[in-house]
Design a protein around this ligand. Sequence first.
Ligand code: BG6
Length: 476
Amino acid sequence: MQNQTQKTTVVVLGASGDLTQRKLGPALFHLSKTGALPDRCSFIGVARSKFTNSEFHTFLREGLADQSDSDWQEFTGNVDYFAGSSTDHETLAELDAQITFGCGEKDRDNRVYYLALKPSLYADTLIALAESGSLNETNGSRRVVIEKPFGTDLESAKELNSLAHTVLNEDQIYRIDHYLGKDTVQNILVFRFANSIFEPIWNRNYIDHVQISVLEDLGVESRGAYYDTSGVLRDMVQSHLMQLLALIAMEPPASSTPDALRDEKAKVLSAVRTVDSTYAIENSVRGQYNGYLDEVGVDPASTTATFGAVKLFVDTWRWQGVPFVLRSGKALERKTSEIAIEFKRPPQSIFGDNDEARPNRLVISIQPHEGVNLEFVNKSPGAGSNLTTESLEFHFPKGEIRDAYERLLLDAIIGDATHFNRSDEIESSWRIIDPFINAWVSAGRAGLKPYEPGSIGPVDSESLVGEGRKWVTGDG
Ligand code: BG6
């Protein structure tokens, strides 16, 4: 709990960008409106554009649909703009002096610096922050939130981690993956570790395979230039899907401390098998939607994949031999993120062949039908033994799910790193994904499957799931 002698300043570096307008501004506004922020919390947007305070407020307001004038005025009373470059230490020193000046002598001057910048600016910005003295913790905490992508491969992630560690301690670094702020993703921990009935069957003896799907209906929209250098593996799989895999496959942490949880996630990611290029090609499917090459910012000869599916194995006692199949893509038939745990069939069927009966399946729906669905086989009423698959479903009440950024910004402000990535998790994720990225780059157009926007993606991605198995789609 913060007391009256605490002052908190959230400094958003790169404040004139899309992320600030669409996500950070609305999240801070809602946190302010619901009284969730500590007392004396203010925000400063920093960017090179020559905004006045009031122009910056107008820019932020465009990112919000529903707000009354009085709520808005109360919020913007604590929002300032500071024009300058995030990589210029003199600018940051001036800002530092301005914030210090606004704090009483006895105040704890706590700060969160949020890097809402192009990833290529992260290193220079961290150096400039350090050189300007802004990271000095004598009078208060200094935390730095770093957006994904954190690096573009294992080597660059290691370099960035090592640079970050020269100017900050690991516990000051908040590497954000907004999936970890989603209630439904946090619910994976509760579902697994606050219930005892699933743990005995959560292993290779009962689970046939695990599917993780994060599918999107929109194409690259206005982000063609960024996306073309990134592709689906860097943009989605290395971060969001790897974190989902870690939460599903990790061992129970011994406590709820941030490091107890992150130790277990790091451990399981370090156990994901490293593959070679032959395996990577034979156990992945990649596609590009028709029309992608005409998107603004995209190289007309690009071989960047907008759909990707990979098969991974976790080499632990619990998961030996259980395939984890992951897929993600843009311009698909629907937007849906879900995890399907498919259990093994009973060793013997005493009811004869029945097409309607599927193996038991647990589907954790991250979005848009936030909830959990357990499928089981049931007798159809009437004579005979006709079997059908039914489900026990839970859905989060509509309207109660908060935006992930809201939750994570508050965590960074109060200093709870539980749902942020540690350096070892990031490096493991790149180690797992790099061989697929490299194999795809070497293969170029060969093996890159075109697919129609609005379709399910390359049809043969089904083959990755294995014979007689199918991707789970929609509501499960
Ligand atoms: C971002 C990716 O991290 O996640 C985007 O860069 C993607 O390309 C987005 O659209 C998806 O997030 P969500 O929360 O809408 O599933």
